[in-house]
Design a protein around this ligand. Sequence first.
Ligand SMILES: CSCC[C@@H](NC(=O)CCC(=O)O)C(=O)O
Ligand SMILES: [Mg+2]
Length: 369
Amino acid sequence: MRIENIELRRVTLPLVTPFRTSFGTANERETTLVRVVTANAEGWAECAAEPDPLYSSEFLDGADLVIRDHLIPRLQALGDRLTAEHVATALAPVKGHPMSKAVLETAILDAQLKETGVSFGGYLGAVHELVPAGVSVGIMDSIDEMLDAVEEYLAEGYLRIKLKIEPGWDLVPVRAVRERFGDDILLQVDANTAYTLADARHLARLDPFDLLLMEQPLKEDDILGHAALARLITTPICLDESIESARDAAAAISLGACSIINVKPARVGGYLEARRIHDVAAAHGVPVWCGGMLETGIGRAANVALAGLPNFVLPGDTSASSRYYEQDLTEPFVLENGHLRVPTGPGIGVDVLPDVLADLTSSTTNITF
Ligand SMILES: CSCC[C@@H](NC(=O)CCC(=O)O)C(=O)O
Ligand SMILES: [Mg+2]
């Protein structure tokens, strides 16, 4: 595929409500969009890196620099040999930076699929037309405020509730949700690495609440700690930040560090590695679900397609656009009986709204090939 140019575009979208996790509070989503232009198509993707290196070591300004100065030159060196399937190998000499690599691979894949008229779901192997939607509920100032939010999401039709937790906000909110909404709703928690193995006895006090899973309780590099914790609690452990590759997934599963995996294409370098993780997990009988990084409709479209693969058996953080945005960069994703519809058009199957894009763009960098 011959790329004519790649455009990096910084955009900022206000969030409908602040989103607080154990590592901070977000009031807006700032991201870098990548547009890959060929003679016959343009591919789009968004970078999941946050402005600050708090979810992982990547951060947005660093991603821009790595993309511009260290990754794109390696893609230019491929010339006409460049296809989406070549990207990971071409970028492998650059250590780390999976989110920067993912946004390039995804935008190139989108352009490639638009040229060939194949959808993301068709290319990745989606077997479902609709995928079940869960929703992530942030840490809030009061239990009542959190319960009101959960009530609203359940009324909208979300099929699974995920509560962000941290020391001091864990047992009480979980107990409150169970007491208010009963034992039948699918409920899970996400600690974003906020605990240590010394908290095992405390975390075991969540066991009676029949949670679907406990996501990333310990530090991202503490695989053995998660394996030890798994022997001390009955709630299934799900890993997020710890899994950056199919190799990580195989090791974590083999060591008993997790029995469920949150698959985030951005965290693992792109959708091709995400599919490999899906396949490794399936081979071990380990279910996966699609995680989220507050994607706009651009990234959301690709995530929903991925969530259509057969081993994505748990509702993902694939919420409707309205969970985060008053105005999305694409036509909004809306719930249909608690599900999102997998786009069927070529590539990601959604179009960026030009007027909205222009309004939200703060800078543009163009790199010719
Ligand atoms: C800003 S928090 C992003 C990472 C977090 N993501 C979510 O909680 C879901 C966000 C979403 O709905 O996209 C996670 O650790 O799983
Ligand atoms: Mg998580």
